[in-house]
Design a protein around this ligand. Sequence first.
Ligand SMILES: Cc1ncc(C[n+]2csc(CCOP(=O)(O)OP(=O)(O)O)c2C)c(N)n1
Ligand SMILES: [Mg+2]
Length: 187
Amino acid sequence: MKRLDALRAIYSFLEDRVVVTIMGAVAAELQSIGHRANFFYLQHAMGLASSMGLGIALTRPDRQVIVLDGDGSVLMNLGGLTTLARYRPRNLVHVVFDNESLLSVGGFPTATSTGTDLAAIAAAAGVRRTATARTLDEFRGAFDEAIAARDLTTIVAKVDAVGPSKYVTELSLLENRFAFQRYLAII
Ligand SMILES: Cc1ncc(C[n+]2csc(CCOP(=O)(O)OP(=O)(O)O)c2C)c(N)n1
Ligand SMILES: [Mg+2]
């Protein structure tokens, strides 16, 4: 499965949800489909996208929050899963695109390439709903089920280690930050 295809498969759903992504390839891919004011691309703070999503989900229980994470990022902050599970925001879906690689910085293999199972770690951390998707159909099914369940879910989507030709986009961090802050203030 290509991450870009997985993003395309859920894009229409993301259009009016609060979306937080990690930096790098996934941010550039989502922007290539179409940036929206309700999308925030967390730069630099690797491993903290779920923490930011958690904060928004807890303060805005009326909104659905989707976090688009990466294997390397989650591995860098495994404690984030325990905190997510502890607060169990029912309005947060945590998607981890697992390409078994630190793709955005050159493609170094991560621990998921040697057997680490992030869905199992999320479950052991206390996340009650977890899924692993290896095909586009499985991903779409797992995503729809997570939304319907109205409960915290971590979906590990196993994707190819391929990304966009360039990761730097025209949208600057500060511009994205202020526009996202204004979006959250008016919804
Ligand atoms: C604390 C910290 N260390 C290192 C980096 C450099 N860095 C940026 S993206 C990235 C790889 C992210 O890997 P992953 O989450 O698997 O996403 P992928 O690039 O594979 O899509 C790294 C190491 C960073 N931004 N922050
Ligand atoms: Mg990765």
